[in-house]
Design a protein around this ligand. Structure first.
Ligand code: SF4
Length: 360
């Protein structure tokens, strides 16, 4: 697993953002911190905020990373790792839903880091797609939209993938979202079932389905690009074909529909036996949903499905979706010809749930 948080000591008293460099380059920026010492224990960088010592990493592994330094916590967060397509910024840990499988259980408190995250985005590698997640980012919709507007105006090479529960878009947002700057955003929005009661049950909020439909209407009026996300749990497995019919009739404007396997973390860890679907044993409802989507021209994909666990005719839909920092392969994968294209497993996926894996 790639560590995203590292122990560190900084001279500066307050949090700051820095881009770590092992040597000067043409695109030098005032927030660059340059390598000045390295030994077996770690590395030391120097920049506008003074010295920064990071433990347990070699400089080559950090070169180009954009980090958020938290001096009082004695750590750095690797916000944007150089060369990684899987960089996601957490803008808040608050949320107004309580999904049964939530991988990042919400907290009541919010620490406003928007200014620091904006500074980090401006240092991103060229042509990056930056994920924005939470908690629920649109609880701070005004700040979020302003951040996107300012960054895309300054860095039109960047794009964003924002994960949101779709509970907070309003008619008053449409004019703002029509700004071409928001063509750089893909909104990832979860919908778990066609049945409002079942969707509300899964997200732990009465009326969530109805409010989501309103938000989707506002987003489509604004020309937004939307990826619908459906995490598979035992309660919605049999309902997938009905959801496919809803998606292909009512939500034809979607950019993509992602059907996602469960992550053994957060709330799902303690509810695994009640939630997890062994799709290699019962793929029929998923196949029916995929067939219906294909028939109606809806681009559907499978996220977090190891390729050898998917019937061959649907394998091309299984994307390498698990982020590099939390992805692992099991011993059997060593001789697999499709490993490069395969998503593998979450680092915390139970070993028992990898039974049946076989090299392709
Ligand atoms: S053997 Fe491993 S790498 Fe190959 S398809 Fe299965 S899970 Fe993926």
């Amino acid at each position: 697993m790639i560590e995203l948080t590292l122990p560190a000591l900084a001279e500066a008293p307050l949090p700051f953002v820095a881009r770590l460099r092992t040597r000067r380059q043409d695109d030098a920026h005032r927030d660059d911190a340059f390598l000045c010492d390295e030994d077996d224990a770690g590395v030391t960088f120097a920049g506008a905020h003074g010295l920064l010592a990071i433990d347990g990493m070699a400089s080559a592994a950090l070169d180009g990373d954009v980090v958020l330094v938290q001096p009082d916590g004695g750590r750095v967060e690797r916000l944007l790792r150089a060369g990684s397509p899987h960089n996601t910024l957490l803008v808040t840990e608050r949320c107004d839903q309580l999904c049964v499988m939530c991988s990042q259980p919400p907290k009541k408190t919010h620490i406003d880091r928007f200014a620091l995250l904006e500074q980090a985005c401006l240092l991103a590698e060229a042509d990056s797609v930056i994920g924005i997640s939470g908690g629920e980012p649109t609880l701070y919709k005004g700040q979020l939209l302003s951040l996107i507007e300012r960054i895309v105006a300054a860095r039109p090479d960047l794009a964003f993938h924002v994960l949101t529960n779709g509970q907070h878009f309003e008619a008053a947002d449409v004019a703002r979202l029509r700004n071409p700057l928001f063509a750089h955003v893909l909104w990832g929005i979860p919908l778990y079932a066609r049945d409002p009661g079942l969707h509300d049950l899964i997200v732990g909020k009465t009326g969530a389905f109805a409010r989501l439909e309103q938000s989707l209407a506002h987003l489509v009026m604004s020309g937004a690009r939307i990826e619908l996300r459906t995490v598979l749990v035992q309660d919605n497995l049999a309902e997938l074909p009905a959801l496919a019919r809803y998606v292909t009739t009512r939500l034809r404007f979607l950019h993509a529909w992602s059907i996602m396997q469960l992550e053994h973390v957060g709330f799902a860890r303690n509810r695994w036996a009640q939630l997890y679907v062994n799709h290699s044993r019962d793929f029929a409802p998923i196949a029916a949903a995929l067939d219906h989507a294909k028939l109606h021209g809806m681009p559907a994909r499978l996220f977090n499905f190891p390729r050898c666990t998917v019937p061959e005719q649907y394998r091309y839909l299984a994307a390498a979706s698990i982020s590099d920092w939390k992805r692992r392969y099991v011993e059997t994968c060593g001789s697999c010809r499709e490993r490069e294209a395969c998503t593998g497993f979450f680092e915390w996926h139970p070993d028992a749930a990898t039974a049946g894996v076989h090299p392709l």
